[in-house]
Write a protein of this length. Structure first.
Length: 283
């Protein structure tokens, strides 16, 4: 049984003048434990709606969302689902509820009614996982955007969810802050086997995932592994850029230097070195 499953999910909002805005159209996919999925799509493609459906903040108009086989509409399951799926949102300033970092991180486990020792252990572990232990006693206003977002991640981690959803959580960060957050998320996925859905419009982040889901106007336009980047049309049709190294490689491939489809700086350098050496051999 998959950890998370969407079956033909439809969702509409009622707009200002009572017209229906269809945000998701017959969306079906599933996520297994420990998977690292990137969800990409333009503004308004339905990404945040999908995120809110995952943990039952909203429920489908038709179709079903199942967490561990249990529908998010089942009243008795709501508490359980909030424990299993944590969401980190875009604006770190809206996510802090107290004035001291460690109190903020303790907020989730306190609401679960855990014993004091367990709360203490989880707060320490969560802060150390995101490299913020030394800021435990700080006020949030002293922190950078990247640091605040790391605290927000720690707050979700302290719940020990099986799936963490980051809804454009790096969107307001500078490139350094983005890199920090991505590294932490990759580590948690690897070391804690925590499943991740990283919602992002930074294609470099999408390239770090094992699987990419492309959302276009409320429908899934593509769902696959890194090989998706070898069919750039999929991304272009959904109005998305390609990762930098994919774009550079396309240019080299076009002028006859066959470098394939590297996704990172290292892969790109290796592919270019190989292609250049191979070319010399043929001369
Ligand atoms: P994304 O996160 O990809 O930008 P959203 O899920 O936020 O997309 O939005 C999908 C569609 O639903 C958009 O057309 C958006 O305008 C609409 N929408 C989102 N939230 C609301 C809301 N609270 N009321 C009305 N329409 C909404
Ligand atoms: Mg959104």
């Amino acid at each position: 049984m998959p950890f998370l499953e969407f079956k033909n999910v439809e969702y509409s909002y009622v707009g200002g003048d009572d017209e229906l805005i269809q945000a998701l159209k017959s969306v079906s996919f599933s996520v297994e434990r420990g998977e690292f999925v990137a969800l990409v799509g333009c503004n308004g493609s339905g990404k945040s709606t999908l995120a809110r459906l995952c943990n039952g903040l909203i429920t489908p108009d038709s179709g079903e969302v199942l967490v561990d086989g249990v529908s998010t509409t089942s009243k008795s399951a709501t508490f359980d689902i909030r424990k299993k799926i944590g969401i980190v949102f875009q604006n770190p300033d809206n996510q802090m509820v107290t004035t001291i970092v460690e109190d903020d991180v303790a907020f989730g486990p306190e609401n679960l009614g855990l014993p004091r020792d367990e709360i203490r252990a989880r707060v320490d572990w969560a802060l150390s996982s995101v490299g913020m232990s030394e800021h435990a006693g700080s006020g949030p206003f002293r922190l950078s955007g990247g640091q605040k977002q790391r605290v927000a991640i720690a707050g979700v981690l302290a719940i020990k969810p099986e799936l963490m959803i980051l809804d454009e959580a790096t969107g307001m960060l500078d490139p350094n802050g983005r890199r920090e957050v991505l590294e932490i998320v990759k580590k948690l996925n690897r070391d804690e086997n925590m499943a991740v859905i990283m919602i992002t419009h930074f294609m470099e982040e999408a390239a770090a995932a094992d699987r990419i889901i492309v959302l276009d106007k409320g429908s899934i336009a593509a769902d696959g592994g890194k090989e998706l980047f070898t069919t750039p049309e999929v991304f272009e049709q959904a109005g998305l850029d390609l990762p930098l190294y994919v774009r550079l490689a396309q240019r080299l491939n076009n002028i006859g230097l066959d470098v394939g489809c590297p996704l990172t700086a290292d892969e790109f350098a290796d592919a270019v070195a190989k292609a250049v050496k191979g070319g010399e051999g043929k001369k």
